[in-house]
Design a protein around this ligand. Structure first.
Ligand code: 0PR
Length: 366
C-alpha cells in the first residue's frame, strides 16, 4: 500500500470535529494553517538560527500581554497548558527556596497540577469550592503558610468554565507575599471578548503569571500554549545555561521546540483582530445558550449557569449516556462531582450540530 494511502486510512478513523463536543481544541483557523506550513522546519530551541521566528515570538507575547493588560509581560509559546502551568509554578518555587514547598490550588484545578506536584516536588494543597464551584478564598487563606510558594486561581475551569474570585486571591497574594498563578488556559482567550467583564488578568495586582493557550480558543495549530509572567525576573528564575548554542541561556522546559505555534497564533490574532475574535467568542456563547435551552427541553439542568462556552448538565447516568453516544460517534465527556455530562461549545460546534446532537440524545433516552 502506498504510504500516504496508509496514513489517510488511519486518519479517516479519527472522529471528525463535527461530532466532538468534549474538546477544548478545535479546527485551526485557515490563516493558522497557512502560517503553520510556512514555519514547519523552524526550531526555537536554537533562536540564533531562527532569528525571525524568535522576533515573531516576542511580538506574539506582546499581543497576548496587551490583551491581558500588561504589554511588558515576558513569556513564551509552550507545548500547551500543562507546560505553561509547570513553568509558572517552577518559577515560583525557584524564587522562594524553602525546604518543603507547597502550593494551594482549587479543587477544580486541571489534572496537570497532579503532574506538577510529582515533577517539582511541591506538596499540593487542594482548597474546597463554594456553592458556585469557585474556590473558597477563606479556605485558601487558611491553607497558606510560610512554605507556600504559590497560590493558583482558575479563569475558566475545565469542567464548568467557572472563574475564581481572582481579585480576592490577588489581595491575599499581596498580603501574604506569595506568587499568584492564574490558569486561564481556556478562559484567557474567551473572557477578554465577553460583554460581561470578569477581571482575571494582570490588571489585578498580585497576579504573577498567567497560562493562556492559543491552541484552545485561539484557533492556532497544536502545539501552542502560552505562559506569561508579570516581569522578567520570573522568567529569569527558569534559566539554565546553554554553553554551545547560539543563545547563552534557555528558560523553556523543552529544548527543541516548534515555531509553528508562534506563527499560527500571530496569524490568527492579527488576521481577526479583537473584533474578529469577539465575533467568534460571541457566537460560541450564543450556541452555548442554544444548547442549554435545547437540553432543558429534554429534562437536563446545567450545574451552574454557564459563564463561558463550557457547560455541564446534571445526569445520574452520565457514563452510560456518554458510552451510548460514543457508539453513535458523538463525543462528550463526563464529570464525577457532581455526576454530569459535559460539553464544550468550540467554534466548530454550530447551531446545526447542536440540534442534530440533542435530537439524537433525545432518541437515545426513549
Ligand atoms: N488548564 C486548564 C484549565 C485546562 O482545561 C487544560 C486542558 C490544561 C490546563 C492543560 O492544557 P494542555 O492539554 O494544553 O496541556 N484542558 C483540556 C481537558 O483536559 C484539554 C483537552 C483538549 C482535552 C482537547 C481533550 C481534548 O480533546 O479537557
Amino acid at each position: 500500500m502506498d504510504i500516504i494511502e496508509e496514513l489517510r486510512k488511519c486518519r479517516e478513523r479519527d472522529i471528525p470535529y463535527s461530532r466532538v463536543l468534549s474538546s477544548m481544541c478545535t479546527v485551526p483557523h485557515p490563516v493558522a494553517l497557512k502560517a503553520h506550513e510556512l514555519f514547519v522546519e523552524t526550531n526555537l530551541g536554537d533562536p540564533g538560527i531562527f532569528v525571525g521566528t524568535r522576533e515573531l515570538e516576542d511580538r506574539v507575547i506582546r499581543l497576548l500581554g496587551e490583551l491581558l493588560h500588561n504589554k511588558e509581560c515576558k513569556g513564551y509559546i509552550s507545548s500547551g497548558g500543562t507546560e505553561a502551568n509547570i513553568q509558572g509554578i517552577r518559577s515560583a518555587r525557584n524564587l522562594k527556596r524553602v525546604r518543603n514547598p507547597n502550593i494551594v490550588i482549587p479543587k477544580s484545578a486541571h489534572f496537570s497540577f497532579e503532574k506538577i506536584g510529582d515533577i517539582l516536588g511541591v506538596e499540593i494543597r487542594r482548597a474546597d469550592l463554594d456553592e458556585n464551584y469557585r474556590v473558597d478564598t477563606s479556605k485558601v487563606e487558611e491553607m497558606i503558610d510560610e512554605n507556600t510558594v504559590a497560590v493558583v486561581g482558575i479563569a475558566g475551569t475545565t469542567e464548568l468554565g467557572q472563574v475564581d474570585d481572582i481579585k480576592t486571591l490577588g489581595e491575599l497574594a499581596m498580603e501574604r507575599d506569595v506568587f499568584l498563578h492564574i490558569d486561564a488556559a481556556f478562559g484567557g482567550l474567551v473572557l477578554p471578548f465577553m460583554n460581561k467583564k470578569i477581571p482575571f488578568d494582570f490588571e489585578i495586582d498580585g497576579v504573577s503569571s498567567i497560562t493562556v493557550d492559543p491552541h484552545k480558543m485561539g484557533m492556532a495549530t497544536i502545539p501552542a500554549g502560552g505562559i506569561l509572567f508579570r516581569s522578567e525576573k520570573f522568567l529569569r528564575a527558569l534559566e539554565v545555561e546553554t554553553p554551545y548554542l547560539t543563545s547563552k541561556y534557555q528558560f523553556t522546559l523543552t529544548g527543541t521546540r516548534p515555531g509553528t505555534g508562534v506563527a499560527s497564533t500571530y496569524a490568527v490574532l492579527k488576521h481577526l483582530g479583537y473584533d474578529g475574535m469577539r465575533e467568534i467568542v460571541q457566537r460560541c456563547l450564543k450556541n452555548t445558550r442554544i444548547l442549554v435551552e435545547e437540553m432543558e427541553m429534554i429534562g437536563f439542568e446545567p450545574v451552574i449557569e454557564p459563564v463561558m462556552n463550557v457547560v455541564s448538565f446534571h445526569c445520574s447516568e452520565a457514563e452510560r449516556i456518554k458510552e451510548e453516544l460514543y457508539r453513535r460517534r458523538w463525543v462528550i465527556s463526563t464529570i464525577r462531582n457532581p455526576r454530569a455530562v459535559r460539553m464544550v461549545i468550540m467554534p466548530h460546534v454550530s447551531e446545526e450540530i447542536i440540534k442534530e446532537f440533542v435530537a439524537e440524545l433525545k432518541q437515545l433516552l426513549h
